[in-house]
Design a protein. Structure first.
Lengths: 143, 115
């Protein structure tokens, strides 16, 4: 894992995930990455189940959430324009994800089985490449 | 023969497998809305931070593999960066469980109705 870096001009999310060589089976391998301001992928949006399960609304299912679906897109925008800091890349099987700090966005970490309830956070997971979704993470995630 | 018969209480969980139980609780959260429609069984194997999400299905399609990997990913979000979460999809005709399983099962489909 490399040191955190400003996130995002040059290549897209999918390229970052491939370039980081995320290993199968979980764990961390990542480091800094760069995105593509001309190729911002749309967030999966509040209308799709993957993003909606982490939006405070009728399709919420568990874990971290946004009060406003637009904030998920803002994280992606900040990833691509370089405002966000890439903390690392992790992966499970074919589903790698990027961890970013996006200081201008407020998400909520909610992990009651770990004892954390409705914590404000500026750390986010970005999952998926062709239709990414964003999940607020524990503010203690470091890599 | 001494047999311990005192079950845990909210004030005393001594002797219970807390880490394993925690993983079970987190898997139930991670799997909400993601269990494959044809799943026969879903569970978790736990060896400290080495964790495997296990799913039995009659047919291991790409969609099933994606669903199980997504559950594993959601589980990792809850567990933190030290967790090493893998997946295993097993092809079975029916849900297959034994008392010797190292997998802790959280879901089993109903057996088909006879006839």
């Amino acid at each position: 894992m490399g040191s955190p870096s400003r996130g995002a001009s040059g290549v897209g999310l999918a390229t970052l995930l491939r370039a980081e060589g995320v290993r199968s089976g979980g764990g961390s391998s990542g480091g800094p990455g760069r995105g593509d301001p001309a190729g911002v992928e749309p967030v999966a949006g509040g209308s799709t189940q993957k993003q909606a399960r982490h939006i405070n609304g009728p399709n919420y299912r568990h874990g971290g959430y946004f009060d406003d679906a637009a904030d998920a897109q803002k994280v992606l925008d900040e990833f691509h324009d370089g405002t966000a800091t890439v903390l690392g890349v992790h992966g499970t099987g074919n589903n790698p994800f990027v961890v970013v700090r996006s200081p201008n966005v407020r998400g909520v970490n909610h992990n009651p089985r770990s004892g954390f309830h409705h914590q404000p956070t500026d750390i986010f997971f970005i999952k998926g490449s062709s239709s990414p979704s964003v999940v607020p993470a524990t503010p203690g995630w470091t890599s | 023969m001494d047999i311990v018969t005192t079950l845990p209480t909210p004030q005393n969980l001594e002797g219970t497998p807390l880490w394993e139980n925690y993983l079970v609780a987190q898997l139930t959260q991670a799997a909400l809305g993601l269990v494959p429609g044809n799943a026969l069984a879903l569970g978790v194997e736990v060896d400290e931070f080495d964790i495997a999400v296990v799913c039995q299905v009659p047919q291991a399609t790409a969609a099933v593999v994606d669903d199980v990997e997504e559950i594993a990913q959601e589980l990792m979000f809850l567990l933190g960066e030290r967790a090493d979460v893998s997946t295993r999809v097993e092809t079975r005709a029916v849900a297959t469980m034994t008392p010797q399983d190292s997998t802790v099962w959280i879901y089993a489909a109903r057996d088909p109705e006879p006839g």
